[in-house]
Design a protein around this ligand. Structure first.
Ligand code: V47
Length: 401
């Protein structure tokens, strides 16, 4: 059963870490934190103290409500010219395991998602050297035509930057063409850590941090909202994490275009950084809590269960997160990097995790409008009835390019 929200400034705990006291004062007074406060939070070992503060802010904003969505991830290709050290998903065109889906195959996979009641397709892929911008626009047009009821959250700022380059269009015109084709919003990937020192090592050939922010700003200006992420737990310092969050917050002050923030835990297996140990549970909960506290102008902080594990993601619902993300189905980016979580969670499983944390599950669409299944064309009984055990991968209709 969901507990009543009861955190008040008066019920603040005595912090084990005295450095948290001045930060707590600001949080309880609703004041904005500065970079030094952010650093104090990241450097503190008083995880329960940091978590209490994040939960205080979370409950003030959302009470007990916790969101999830019914979505499907689609990765059109894993062929990628960027060769980022952080990534285990991208392949050279002739490498074993390289794939590129034909458009028909993408639409067929999407059709299965739509039949299961997905309200969102989350579409990201590699930077393919031979696919034209027109392929991606056709992909989107085809999805919109076939599944007009499904929100298309497609292509990261990194992909947008690449399409602009190959099509010789400005960023704005690239985004306008995507929007005209049917893109509804953009996912938050590719942000990694904005600081150039880190980017040079983990993703040297990606757009710069400043370019990522500029593309997001342009998307927001033309009416496309987006998410934002931060990849943590590799070579970045606490200062660089705080810098990343503060830059996102500054950008949000200007556009108010970011919908949700998702801290992404680095998975080192099969990457060029496989010698780095995975982030710990402590790191994961700290990442959720610090983002909730520093990003005071972001409504939603997602605990993405695929990368956190369902157990940590559930606990994160009391450390600042108010969303578990979705049913997903077929996740490749983390699983190529050694994730051992399932690739699919049913709606019932997500609701159970949320309820067991004393929260109230609310199904949402991509923009956090509550979903009323009774009013949808898909009968509620069909929604996500398959569990991971019953999941049957389709035969591959891979296009060789
Ligand atoms: O951009 C790549 C990251 C991102 C690894 O917007 C890795 O709703 C960990 O952005 N270990 C893609 N992370 C995932 C993403 C996302 C996920 C869920 C929801 C949303 C949203 C966005 O994954 C990439 C990169 O930052 N990534 N490789 C790795 N080895």
């Amino acid at each position: 059963m969901a507990t009543k929200t009861q955190l008040t400034a008066q019920s603040a705990p005595a912090f084990q870490d005295a450095k948290l006291e001045p930060v707590a004062k600001k949080v309880l007074a609703g004041e904005r934190l500065n970079s030094a406060d952010g650093l104090a939070l990241y450097e503190s070992h008083d995880l329960l103290g940091v978590g209490w503060l994040a939960n205080f802010v979370r409950e003030k904003r959302h009470g007990n409500v916790t969101y999830f969505n019914v979505n499907r991830h689609i990765n059109p290709t894993n062929v990628c010219v960027a060769h980022c050290k952080l990534c285990a998903f991208g392949r050279s065109p002739d490498s074993p395991g390289a794939y590129t889906f034909a458009l028909d195959e993408i639409w067929q996979r999407a059709g299965e998602g739509a039949a299961e009641g997905a309200t969102e397709f989350h579409i990201v892929g590699g930077l393919h050297p031979d696919l034209s911008f027109e392929y991606y626009l056709e992909l989107i047009r085809g999805l919109k035509q076939r599944f007009p009821q499904v929100h298309l959250k497609a292509f990261t700022m990194v992909e947008v930057g690449y399409y602009a380059r190959i099509s010789k269009l400005s960023i704005r015109d690239t985004l306008l063409a995507m929007k005209a084709a049917g893109v509804d919003s953009l996912p938050g990937g590719g942000a990694e850590i904005f600081h150039p020192r880190v980017r040079k090592i983990i993703c040297d050939h990606k757009v710069s941090g400043q370019m990522w922010l500029q593309i997001a700003r342009t998307a927001h200006e033309i009416g496309l909202r987006s998410n934002a992420t931060m990849l943590y737990g590799h070579i970045e310092t606490n200062e660089e994490r705080v810098d990343h969050l503060v830059q996102l917050r500054d950008s949000q002050d200007k556009t108010h275009g970011f919908v949700a923030f998702i801290p992404l835990a680095f998975h080192p297996a099969n990457t060029g950084l496989s010698h780095i140990p995975s982030p710990t549970g402590f790191d994961d909960l700290k990442a959720i809590a610090c983002s909730r506290l520093l990003l005071d102008n972001f409504d939603h902080i997602k605990a993405y269960w695929i990368m956190l594990t369902p157990r940590i993601a559930q606990v994160a619902l009391r450390f600042g997160a108010n969303d578990l993300d979705g049913t997903v189905v077929e996740e490749k980016i983390y699983h190529d990097a050694g994730a051992t979580t399932p690739e699919h969670m049913t709606r019932a499983e997500l609701e159970r995790l949320i309820r067991a944390a004393g929260r109230v599950p609310v199904e949402r669409d991509t923009l956090y409008n509550p979903v009323d299944r009774e009013k949808m064309p898909i009968p509620p009984a069909r929604v996500s009835s398959r569990s991971i055990d019953g999941f049957i991968p389709e035969t591959s209709l891979t296009l060789n390019i």
